[in-house]
Design a protein around this ligand. Structure first.
Ligand code: PEP
Ligand code: MN
Length: 444
């Protein structure tokens, strides 16, 4: 249920398939050819181009010299080649491939016939990739059936069956979802800089402060209002947040017309937030590796316009970990996902975390998802936030999530130390927009 009166996300509602059944089979919604909701239209997972759908595997394989496969062998996960032509974008349905690696350099005619018979039973076919020394055998088709893999691996002459796929086939830059645009607060990500701002924590004893903050961040130029309702606190005796703050957040949404963002840490909070009309769900750094929560969120937002802001965990290493966490959510059918670097551990001496806005170009190389950087938790001190925010925009971030408070010293949670005043926020947004313009003008 959307709350009334807010500047809600603009995606049209649609008959989005629930992903549960797909997940039961280990497949994504899109992988099953069901609709995935996108900005303004259903995404044609099945019929982008029937020809491409049928032949994309051949195209994919043909652009990679067989020798390369063999050089890379053994390979558990192989990325797409960097020069993959955009007009040959693989559909999400065909980005997953398996490679059969025989124990010998190549299979005999009879052995090839046997594995061909097996995979054909599962609607697949074999694509031999002939190298100078060895031949390996790609399975082409919807090849994720465990039984098929087990039968192949049970053959005495087969060494193993390797997965060669994008580790995040929906989030992959070359997936069909790459054309998806996320819109919230009157901003289409990628077209204009998105600013999410507001208090770290709503103080349920002082709702007025939050209403003032809400109005002030709106006037400073924010497009989405953030407000912590439930808080992940290191110390169990610190204020943990309060469900009562949800009403305050929604009242601020009504008063300002801004869509609102709040973190949820469990399924009960998730339900309360969605039922209340929270527009953007935040997955915090501590829960970005909580795969059952990620799945629960994916399931819960599958048929909604909700946007999910997924923070980078403190302990995530390679950017693929963050992208794969996003894949959990998106695979249920709602592709409104934003990736949020927010600093990692160990800390950089003097900063709260190790600022990681510099991973933005890496993320953008691998995924189509917009990147909104949180400079507040990266550096952890108001005096450093603006510099970090500007650096993020220079690194090509699509937006910023900044803690701001009408009177930081009266705040709770992180606000006294890291919230910007409305004036500092306005100045940060002004400068960030200048860099944004420079970046985008330079690209044109
Ligand atoms: C927050 O946004 O207030 C917060 C707790 O963030 P993080 O999960 O990045 O620590
Ligand atoms: Mn905070």
């Amino acid at each position: 249920m959307q709350a009334q009166g807010e500047a809600a996300p603009t995606q049209s509602p649609s008959n989005v398939a629930q992903g549960t059944a797909a997940h039961a089979k280990g497949c994504s919604v899109a992988a099953l050819g069901r609709p995935v909701r996108t900005h303004g239209a259903l995404f044609p997972t099945q019929g982008t181009s029937a020809g491409i759908q049928r032949t994309v595997a051949q195209i994919f394989l043909s652009v990679i010299p067989a020798q390369l496969w063999l050089l890379l062998n053994p390979v558990a996960v192989i990325e797409f080649p960097g020069n993959f032509h955009p007009t040959h974008q693989p559909s999400v349905r065909t980005t997953c491939h398996l490679m059969i690696l025989p124990k010998t350099n190549r299979l005999t005619t009879d052995q090839l016939a046997e594995i061909t018979r097996i995979v054909e039973e599962f609607g697949c076919r074999i694509q031999p990739i002939v190298g100078a020394v060895r031949t390996i055998y790609a399975i082409v088709g919807d090849e994720r059936d465990e039984l098929m893999i087990n039968r192949l691996e049970g053959l005495s002459y087969i060494d193993r069956v390797d997965k060669i796929q994008s580790p995040h086939k929906l989030m992959d830059r070359r997936s069909d979802l790459a054309t998806h645009r996320i819109a919230i607060g009157g901003i289409t990500l990628g077209e204009n800089l998105l600013v999410i701002a507001g208090q770290c924590t709503i103080d349920p004893k002082n709702p007025q402060l939050f209403y003032e903050t809400a109005q002030a961040v709106k006037e400073a130029g924010a497009h989405v209002l953030r407000g912590g309702v439930w808080k992940p606190r290191t110390n169990p005796y610190s204020f943990q947040g309060d469900a009562k703050s949800l009403e305050i957040l929604l009242e601020a949404q009504r008063r300002t017309g801004l869509p609102v963002d709040a973190e949820v840490m469990d399924e009960q909070q998730l339900k309360l937030a969605l039922d209340a009309g929270v527009n953007m769900l935040q997955v915090g750094a501590r829960n970005a590796l909580n795969y059952s929560l990620l799945s629960a969120i994916g399931r819960a937002v599958a048929d909604r316009d909700t946007v999910v802001l997924l923070k980078r965990s403190l302990h995530m290493g390679p950017v693929n970990e963050l992208i794969s966490a996003a894949e959990y959510i998106v695979s249920f059918g709602n592709p409104n996902i934003i990736l949020c670097p927010r600093g990692t551990a160990p800390t950089l001496d003097g900063y709260r975390n190790h600022p990681d806005e510099s991973i933005t170009p890496l993320l953008k190389e691998k995924t189509w998802a917009p990147v909104v950087v949180d400079p507040s938790h990266s550096v952890g001190k108001a005096a450093y936030v603006t510099a970090c925010a500007l650096a993020a925009v220079a690194y090509n971030a699509d937006g910023l999530c900044i803690e701001a408070h009408v009177s930081p010293s009266h705040g709770i949670g992180d606000d006294p130390k890291q919230a910007l005043t409305p004036a500092a926020l306005a100045e940060t947004i002004r400068q960030a927009k200048q860099i944004w313009t420079l970046m985008h003008f330079a690209k044109a």
